[in-house]
Design a protein around this ligand. Structure first.
Ligand code: TYD
Length: 206
């Protein structure tokens, strides 16, 4: 029998709160005795983390953004994600390719056909088993982020940008609804956690 892990990604606009729920799930699943690989994009390998620094802080055009993020993704898939799935681990990834379609495609308006080509080259058919999409109005997300931290290049963008990112995420969901659970990310962290739990229960993953 071939073992196969689960590949679960967490998506949403900046300030949606996905990382809080990722932390909780990581802890719960480790306690349940599962091998959990917690990772993120951009990043997840020494090379891809170096690319992340450039990606988040240097000015560049959208094609360069897309090429950098897919270059990191290639390294991440080959050296971390695929080996983990092959040994039966549960891979929890904070953002993946849907973010590229939402931010570079939706937010920046970059050509989706090029993104689809890069996706097929880099992923060779690999897609997450499940994507939790944390959805909320950009105004609410902006309030949550507040002025507390130094924003990166993306967090500094305006509400109109995040409306386009949100629409980009929803378009991805419509193209492959079976892969997604849309989580209403408004309300308290406890309310959102309950919605995450219900979604995972529906998927037989709780
Ligand atoms: P994230 O790790 O969520 O930031 P933080 O550590 O501040 O919570 O994501 C970093 C930023 O990169 C985020 O604004 C979204 C953006 N991004 C893209 O534009 N394209 C991509 O393909 C990915 C994965 C992220």
């Amino acid at each position: 029998m071939t073992v196969s892990g689960r590949f679960i990604t967490f998506e949403g606009i900046d300030g949606a709160g996905k990382t809080t729920h990722l932390d909780a799930l990581e802890q719960a699943w480790r306690q349940a005795g599962r091998e959990v690989v917690r990772t993120r994009e951009p990043g997840g390998t020494p090379l891809a983390e170096r690319l992340r620094g450039l990606f988040l802080h240097e000015a560049m055009d959208p094609l360069t953004e897309a090429l950098l993020v897919f270059a990191g993704r290639r390294d991440h898939l080959r050296t971390v994600i695929e080996p983990a799935l092959a040994r039966g681990a549960w891979v929890l990834c904070d953002r993946f390719t849907d973010a590229t379609f939402a931010y570079q495609g939706g937010g920046r308006g970059f050509d989706l056909t090029v993104l689809r080509t890069l996706e097929s080259w880099v992923q060779a058919g690999r897609q997450p088993d499940l994507t939790l999409l944390f959805d909320l109005p950009p105004e609410v997300a902006a309030e949550r982020l507040g002025a507390a931290r130094q924003p990166d290049r993306f967090e500094a963008l305006d509400t109109a940008f995040f409306e386009r990112v949100r629409a980009g995420y929803r378009a991805r969901l419509q193209q492959d609804p079976a892969r997604f659970e849309l989580i209403d990310a408004t309300g308290t962290p406890q309310q959102v956690a309950e919605r995450v739990h219900q979604a995972l229960t529906r998927r037989g993953l709780a």
